[in-house]
Design a protein around this ligand. Sequence first.
Ligand code: SF4
Length: 255
Amino acid sequence: MAKKTTTSKASSKTTTKTATKESLPRDGAKEPRKLPKGESFEERKERFQKIFKALHKEYPDAKCALEFNNPYELVAATILSAQCTDKRVNMVMPDFRKAFPSAKALANAEPAEIEEVIKSTGFYRQKAKSLKSMASDIMEKFGGHVPDTMEELTTLRGVGRKTANVVLGDAFGKAEGIAVDTHVTRLSGRLGLTEHSEPEKIEQDLMKLAKPSQWTLTAHELILHGRNICIAQKPKCSQCAVAEYCPSAGMPGSI
Ligand code: SF4
């Protein structure tokens, strides 16, 4: 399988929406999350499609930013990406791949060996434990193969619904849900697509708005837009391609 990279196209559109008067804190999960007043579910669905289309135009090559060659590597990379940048994980993966080329090698490794390789990704003791447990589960429960269903993947230690969504969508091409990370959490609130702040509930709301064929791409597009334009501290509303569909356009602190 080819290595994956993230690409994006810079936006230069102009904001047309009126600024909201409400002051929004900068922590994505804590921002007020309201659905636009008077908007029906069908209207929100239509608005979501416009947002999806505009973001797709903006990020035509949106893909998983983690580099991997097989499902096992993507599970490992996703565990390593907790509290760490994808860029850093990609820097560590060549050594990781060499040291632990399979679930069997990782399951048999000493925790100290794993820690040494992954140290620069932070929280390395906990991550080493999760990686070893995950690999042991793959060996013991699934004969050395990463399972390809949400139900089975989430039985692996260290693998939650978000990781499982990433692995299913990007390694197996099977979307069973939408991976909700900090960017998806923040943007779905600002865009008025959900009033919830819990990842599971955000995911359910987004799954109702997007078609199943759009689930994997929805996460990638929102993540790229969150990294490039709708950043936590200073959203660039004046350059945002979806400003005309966003109830938070021109929010306090935006530029
Ligand atoms: S940058 Fe974010 S808050 Fe601003 S208009 Fe775009 S999506 Fe909305």
